[in-house]
Design a protein around this ligand. Structure first.
Ligand SMILES: Nc1nc2c(ncn2[C@@H]2O[C@H](COP(=O)(O)OP(=O)(O)O)[C@@H](O)[C@H]2O)c(=O)[nH]1
Ligand SMILES: [Mg+2]
Length: 383
């Protein structure tokens, strides 16, 4: 069973997308259990390879003048992508929590209308993007869906809006984003694959592997064109995690959910809606229309984006303890330099830090130093 061929025999497949759909159908109809792990893994590897091929074909058609690029200009301290079926209340919400007050504030980007609004909260400017048309576009697997997915990939967080009466919608969208390589609320698996000159596929693991045998892992890895490699595993690794590592275009992003329209739903309906959402994801209840829970939603977004404050102390001056810089909590000195002035990285000499990230007061650090909430920072540049 595990050596079932990847080729879908007897079927003439025209496009890459059709091939992918066929393999997905095959995965769906395969029972998930220990005996089929490796088979499913190989099918997923095949999909990942077809997608890489598709991306290349797309890049090629673009280079030869195929389609126009689409880009949402990023602004503010972070970007949140709203994701939800039509009529769940995305436009209503964006009109209530941002400065985009009507559809008229939206503007067309090449082929699609993306409605950005900026929400100011606790000193942070958070750009919220309303992305109508995801389902239709993504399901068609072409231009528009691809572009919308790219906007979501480049956002800092996904905010799903769920209608309590249509709660099956969540799974449809979630699957769509998963298929596009988005790994929401997941951490990058501790899988490291290093190509070597010889020696075959050498699997080294620090924990027991229960999903796949070394041989099965080797088969997946070889299907990506490796003959020799050292594979280091630090968790009980699934086939999908190995494929994710090899596919290289996976995006690990934060996601939260707001259940909207609580003004017209009963407690029972809300509990039911909650039970169909991932247990460990942050979820809250709102009514965009009746403006219930919107202040809490702002806090919820802010908290989940993971911001921190960095206080600047210009050389030879007092630190500005009134107005910190609001930055993502994984920011380095380089991120701050980029935020302050476009010449700062080029002219950078060194920085000094006092506070939680410093080993001692006014430690001298470089561009790659990771900052922490509450740090005081002095940047020294060439004149
Ligand atoms: N009862 C109720 N209706 C809402 C709420 N939020 C949005 N709506 C209504 O749902 C419909 C669709 O809203 P809209 O914002 O256009 O949804 P979108 O397609 O996701 O942008 C409109 O008639 C809204 O007035 C809410 O919290 N409660
Ligand atoms: Mg709308």
């Amino acid at each position: 069973m595990c050596s079932a061929p990847l080729r879908l025999e007897g079927v003439v497949v025209a496009t890459i997308k059709e091939q992918i759909d066929l393999i997905r159908a095959e995965i769906d109809k395969t029972q998930k259990n220990k005996a089929t792990n490796a088979h499913i893994g190989k099918l997923k590897a095949k999909i990942a390879q077809l997608k890489i091929k598709e991306e290349k074909a797309h890049a090629h058609s673009k280079a030869s003048g195929g389609g126009k690029g689409f880009e949402v200009k990023k602004s503010g301290d972070a970007t949140v992508a709203l994701v939800g079926f039509p009529s769940v209340g995305k436009s209503t919400l964006i009109s209530k929590v941002t400065d985009a007050h009507s559809e008229a504030a939206g503007y067309a980007f090449t082929t699609l209308t993306c409605i950005p609004g900026v929400m100011e909260h606790r000193g942070a400017k958070i750009q919220i993007l309303d992305l109508p048309g995801l389902i239709k576009g993504a399901a068609e697997g072409k231009g528009r869906g691809r572009e919308i997915l790219n906007v979501i990939r480049s956002a800092d967080m996904v905010l799903y809006i769920v209608d309590p009466f249509q709660d099956a919608h969540f799974n449809v969208l979630h699957r769509e984003l998963h298929n596009a390589g988005l790994r929401l609320n997941e951490t990058r698996p501790p899988v490291f694959i290093k190509r070597t000159e010889r020696g075959g596929i050498d699997v080294r693991t620090t924990v027991e592997q229960t999903h796949l045998t070394n041989e099965e892992m080797g088969e997946i890895i070889r299907s990506f064109g490796f003959t020799s490699a050292i594979v280091t595993l630090r968790n009980d690794t699934t086939a999908e995690q190995i494929v994710d590592c090899l596919a290289q275009n996976r995006i690990y992003e934060k996601a939260v959910i707001a259940i909207n329209k609580i003004d017209i739903a009963t407690e029972e309906e809300l509990m039911h809606a909650r039970s169909n959402l991932p247990e460990d994801w942050p979820v809250m209840r709102i009514s965009a229309f009746k403006e219930i829970g919107l202040d809490e939603l702002k806090d919820f977004i802010y908290d989940n984006l993971g911001f921190m404050r960095v206080f600047l102390k210009p050389q030879g001056q007092e630190a500005d303890l009134e107005e910190p810089l609001i930055v993502k909590d994984d920011s380095t000195v380089e991120h701050i330099c980029n935020k302050l002035h476009r010449d700062f990285v080029r002219k950078f000499r060194y920085a000094r830090v006092k506070g939680p990230s410093a080993k001692f007061d006014w430690q001298r650090v470089g561009l790659d130093h990771l900052l922490k909430d509450g740090d005081l920072l002095t940047i020294v540049v060439k004149r």
